[in-house]
Design a protein around this ligand. Structure first.
Ligand code: ZN
Length: 153
């Protein structure tokens, strides 16, 4: 027998387990980005065919022109620390033996930026504007953002 709500003023409690299954995908542009990172060891940006702006992380559509982007180009050179934070605890609030610097890095001529750990720099020495380069894991790459970190340039 089905019940139909005829009054919506009173909340109703439904007991039981709801099986929620999902699969997260990177999407078309994200898939390309992570495949290039894992298989070729470099960063790629998507390029708008109309305005020629480059986007990192890659996007499927240009946010200005609303046209699909299917061209990808390697992102070369040194990036610049745009912002950073220092992590001193894990997600379960356990103190970390070594603090982690998470840096948002941008590249000249490329819109957007990527967040990844900055290695080899003491947290008190990190500065906005410092030059870094990508250090991409070659061994046991996982095609995830865990394959990427920054090191001083
Ligand atoms: Zn565009």
């Amino acid at each position: 027998m089905r019940e139909y709500l005829t009054q919506n003023e009173q909340p109703r409690t439904v007991y039981g387990n709801w099986g929620v299954h999902y699969r997260y995908t990177y999407g078309v542009a994200g898939e390309r980005f992570f495949r290039e990172l894992k298989d070729r060891g470099h960063l790629v940006a998507s390029v708008c065919p109309k305005c020629r702006r480059q986007f990192l992380p890659p996007s499927l559509y240009c946010e200005d022109c609303f046209v699909e982007m299917t061209e990808y180009v390697p992102v070369e050179g040194h990036g610049t620390v745009y912002s950073f934070t220092v992590l001193r605890e894990s997600l379960d609030e356990t103190p970390l033996a070594t603090p982690i610097v998470a840096a948002l890095v941008q590249f000249d001529g490329v819109a957007g930026g990527l967040l990844a750990p900055l290695q080899g720099v003491s947290p008190d020495k990190v500065e906005i504007g410092m030059k870094v380069r990508a250090a991409i894991r070659a061994e046991k790459a996982t095609a995830s953002i865990a394959d990427l970190s920054w090191v001083p340039a």
